[in-house]
Design a protein around this ligand. Structure first.
Ligand SMILES: CC(C)(COP(=O)(O)OP(=O)(O)OC[C@H]1O[C@@H](n2cnc3c(N)ncnc32)[C@H](O)[C@@H]1OP(=O)(O)O)[C@@H](O)C(=O)NCCC(=O)NCCS
Length: 373
């Protein structure tokens, strides 16, 4: 038996995967052997989702069918709309997605493993509809039409959110962010989803596990936390002083550092370029300057680099996306990766059940109720 005492399982190899490499084999991040740089430059989120879930890039006809099915599967039922309308206005959008996933599992249950591809595609298609319907109802008291002429997840999400077709630059910027967020090996939420799958549970339960795990600020919630921090500062000098004060109080700066990457996050470099493009387009160069100064200070003071969440936050902000919807966007993308991992786990399953080093009291006689003080 291999005994490890690594807190947070840091550095522990917990299984095998053929889906992605994170910082291994001399390359940064690859999905099924393709570099993230190539995918972000030449591919689309839907192609990447197919690649992750099927193992190969789609042929043109497979891609077209997948896009057409996405449109057919983006609908939400009247029951779902009514459920979303009854949720408290104060709900966290991640709780909305987690609960919506659970309900879908009741209305459209997974009866057999043969349905897993169809259900994953349905979740990818329905999440933008679900979150935008709820968000617009709560904030605008407006029941949006779920239909849109958009063929992609990015386009559909932006159209429902803003009640208008997005520009091609905006759509593509979000599309690239979804590609970058789609998969990342044994990160916390994916590993948690695999644990659920390993018990023989259904795909909806595994996705709920993923959403619940992603919600925390040390994982997916970091993009929201990054934006909240950046918004506190009106200029780079103020940002520098603010970050220095936080570091002096030993606070963590969200959007920086990574468990696996040690010198740079390859996804961040791509997202930073898109953030600059969008900041220029929306005349928000001050926000970009604030972000860049925070990056400089973190590098100088802590030797830490921005992870994907940091510049994604800036880009999403420029796209007019409310901060509360940043982590749900992560869900929309990562559902592809979670699903691929559930399929992989199921294809060669053994229950994931590690063991622990016991550090509690040694065996002792039971203290009866009347003896307890
Ligand atoms: C991602 C993260 C959880 C990785 O954590 P980890 O591998 O467990 O590393 P630790 O949290 O143990 O940090 C190691 C050291 O670096 C420091 N550090 C790590 N990330 C930091 C950050 N974002 N801001 C300030 N200090 C940080 C820690 O304080 C610690 O310092 P110490 O040894 O002096 O106590 C961590 O970097 C973090 O919390 N980042 C902010 C949240 C975030 O952006 N999450 C998204 C990840 S993609």
């Amino acid at each position: 038996m291999i005994l490890t005492n690594s807190t947070g399982l840091a550095g522990v190899v917990a299984g095998e995967t053929a889906i992605s490499t994170v910082g291994k084999q001399g390359v940064g991040l690859t999905y099924r052997g393709y570099t993230i740089e190539d995918l972000a430059e030449h591919s689309t989120f839907e192609e990447v989702a197919w690649l992750l879930m099927h193992g190969e890039l789609p042929t043109p006809s497979q891609r077209d069918q997948f896009l057409a099915k996405r449109i057919a599967q983006q609908r939400i039922s009247d029951e779902m709309m009514s459920f979303l309308e009854q949720l408290p206005d104060t709900s966290h959008p991640m709780d909305v997605l987690r609960s919506g996933t659970s309900l879908l599992g009741c209305w459209e249950p997974e009866h057999s493993i043969d349905q897993q591809q169809r259900i994953a595609a349905r979740l990818l298609a329905v999440f933008p509809s679900m979150i935008c319907y709820w968000y617009r109802f709560v904030n605008d008291r407006f029941r949006i039409e779920i239909e849109s002429e958009q063929t992609t997840v990015a386009g559909h999400f932006l159209q429902l959110l803003h009640s208008g077709a997005p520009s091609e630059v905006d759509r593509r910027a979000l599309d690239v962010a979804l590609i970058l967020y789609a998969e990342h090996e044994f990160n916390a939420s994916t590993f948690a989803a695999r644990v659920t799958a390993s018990t023989g549970s259904d795909l909806y339960s595994a996705i709920c596990t993923g959403i619940g795990t992603l919600r925390g600020p040390l994982h997916g919630g970091a993009n929201e936390a990054s934006m909240k921090m950046i918004s506190n500062f009106t200029d780079p000098e103020q940002a520098e002083q603010g970050v220095l004060r936080r570091l002096a109080r030993h606070e963590k700066i969200m959007g920086f550092g990574h468990r696996v990457y040690k010198s740079t996050d390859p996804r961040s470099e791509i997202m930073k370029r898109w953030a600059l493009t969008l900041c220029k387009q929306t005349r928000q160069l001050k926000t970009y300057a604030v972000a860049e100064r925070i990056e400089t200070v973190m590098q100088r003071e802590k030797g830490l680099f921005p992870n994907l969440d940091f510049y994604s936050a800036v880009a999403f902000h420029c796209l007019g996306i409310p901060t509360a919807l940043f982590t749900p966007l992560f869900v929309m993308a990562r559902t592809a990766g979670w699903s691929a991992h559930v399929f992989e786990q199921r294809s060669n399953n053994r229950l994931i059940r590690p063991t622990a080093n016991y550090i509690g009291p040694s065996q002792r006689p039971l203290v009866r109720p009347h003896q307890r003080t």
